[in-house]
Ligand binder design. Structure first.
Ligand code: 2RA
Length: 340
């Protein structure tokens, strides 16, 4: 059984990774929890046992086989190579390594075999908005070949961690009491009663960095650089759960019924597609769940072979913590831990 270290153990995703490890009864011989100096020195309870929170340091990775890391990219760039050189495989939630050609970018339901190409001892966990989309796209791509994806996202405030969540709660509470809305801290502008199409750092050609992630990560995970992706990412006043309107153009014919049948049996997908009965995926359905919910499947007659989908998932679980633990389970099942 592996020796495990959870880095960033006290953050929103780190806390959920701890919870998912327990839920999935992930086996380990030892476990330790590392965090920034701000949290180090405190304790936390994991599965009924109290553990010290240790400061991140090179020595902390001695003897560790698996690192589950959720830290800012800068911290990951510094420490993930140190952990890997100590013999661990690092599953990293940050954006630091995702586009590195020597680092697999993995969604287990889509490209688990990429784990056979770990050349730096690091595996990258994709961006939450990408993960849920490729889980839904994978069965359809295998059947009809995807030519182009146009996606509009409706992303929850928790995408900015606990600060994003607390920000929105405070703004909504103030509005409810008729009090002045507190200044935002996590967002570029007030979110309550608003939507923000500029809530991320601006990248090239007027696209945000979030949108560039969806373009580049989708191609890497799907293993097809010909897939065209045209995203618009928007922050909405939702606490947990990203929603996405996904328009897909295929190379080959695919009917709505065929898509429904493929998605109904696809790994990681729950088909919820009966709008007449009000059965449409909603963030409230998905909070605390690990599946990707797909519904509102419609033909798109504006192109020869097109479909529209509505895709919703818990951005903190399947979008981050659960996907990371699923990668760890794949590493364990493939005998890839403890061999470096
Ligand atoms: C967001 N996907 O939602 C980004 C990072 N979690 O803000």
């Amino acid at each position: 059984m592996p020796s495990v270290a959870v880095v960033g153990a006290t953050g929103a995703v780190g806390e959920l990774m701890r919870q998912v490890l327990i839920e999935r009864k992930f086996p380990f011989k030892r476990i330790k929890f590392l965090a920034s100096p701000k949290s180090a020195g405190k304790t936390l309870t994991f599965d009924g046992t109290t553990y010290p929170i240790e400061p991140i340091s090179a020595e902390a990775f001695d003897g560790v086989d698996l690192v589950l890391s959720s830290t800012p990219a800068s911290i990951s760039r510094e420490y993930s190579p140190i952990a890997a050189s100590a013999g661990a495989i690092v599953v990293d939630n940050s954006s630091a390594w995702r586009m590195d050609p020597d680092v697999p970018l993995v969604v287990p339901e889509v490209n688990a075999d990429a784990l056979l190409q770990i050349r730096k001892g690091i595996v990258a966990n994709p961006n939450c908005s990408t993960i849920q989309m490729v889980v839904a796209l994978k069965p359809l791509h295998d059947f009809a070949g995807i030519k182009r994806v146009i996606v509009s996202t409706y992303q929850a405030s928790s995408g900015k961690g606990a600060t994003g969540l607390n920000d929105l709660d405070a703004q909504i509470s103030a509005i409810g009491k008729g009090e002045p809305v507190p200044a935002h801290t996590a967002h570029v502008a007030r979110l309550a009663g608003n939507v923000l199409a500029h809530d991320w750092k601006l990248g090239e050609e007027g696209y945000t960095e979030e949108e560039w992630k969806m373009i580049k990560e989708t191609r890497k995970i799907m293993g097809d650089e010909t897939i065209q992706v045209s995203p618009t990412c928007v922050r909405v006043p939702v606490r947990i759960g990203h929603s996405e309107a996904v328009n897909v153009e295929f190379h080959r014919p695919i009917t709505v019924q065929q898509a429904r049948e493929l998605l109904a049996k696809a790994p990681g997908v729950v088909l919820l597609d009966n709008p007449a009965q009000g059965e449409v995926p909603q963030p409230l359905h998905c909070e605390g769940q690990d599946h990707t919910y797909v519904g509102r499947i419609r033909p798109d007659h504006s192109v020869p072979h097109g479909l529209n989908l509505w895709v919703v998932a818990d951005n903190l679980r399947k979008g981050a913590a659960t996907n990371a633990v699923q990668i760890a389970q794949e590493l364990l099942n493939r005998g890839l831990l403890g061999r470096r």
